[in-house]
Design a protein around this ligand. Structure first.
Ligand SMILES: NC(=O)N[C@@H](O)C(=O)O
Ligand code: NI
Length: 162
């Protein structure tokens, strides 16, 4: 099995695949009588033939190293994972190479970070590393297919880091 070492998630490294949601640095706006910092418009919801909706996912925590057997993509909409606990989670993406995923890349989030996959980005499914694995997921609500899966001939093994 080929090895993949997860890297710390950064906006720059993730940019080809999506946006990082984080409250870092100075807020864009101070609101609510000065009691709240707004980190404004961090990601783009991109939905075709439907609407954006908010769902809750309660997923089983996984442990590393993780057998990565498949990635998927949503041609009709972006998809955001927003943890509802202050825990890191694993994010896997892959470049598209002629309609198939290339070599996957893995990232470990810091507690407090979320992500938004661009529409059509190959990604691993929601992968918590800690219980309760509770996430808000903002993605397309609509009719018709919006899921394409790719199962690797040989799984990868995703490690915490080198
Ligand atoms: N299938 C589903 O709703 N979730 C996946 O898209 C996922 O990325 O976890
Ligand atoms: Ni997905």
């Amino acid at each position: 099995m080929s090895r993949i070492d997860a890297a710390p998630l950064t906006a720059g490294a993730f940019a080809p695949y999506g946006e990082v949601l984080e409250a870092e640095g100075a807020p864009d706006r101070i609101i609510n009588q000065g009691l709240c910092g707004r980190f404004h418009d961090l990601a783009t919801l991109d939905v075709l033939d439907g609407r954006a909706g908010i769902s809750l996912f309660k997923a089983e925590p996984r442990s590393l190293p993780l057998r990565l057997e498949m990635v998927e993509r949503h041609p009709q909409g972006s998809q955001a994972f927003v943890p509802m606990s202050h825990d890191p989670f694993l994010v896997v993406v892959a470049p598209d190479e002629g309609g198939r995923p290339g070599t996957p890349r893995a990232f470990l989030t810091r507690a407090g970070q979320g992500i938004n996959f661009h529409r059509g980005t190959w990604h691993g499914v929601l992968t918590p590393l800690y219980a309760p694995g509770l996430f808000a997921v903002i993605d397309r609500i609509g009719a018709g297919p919006n899921l394409e899966e790719h199962w690797f001939e040989e799984p990868y093994l995703v490690h915490a880091t080198a």
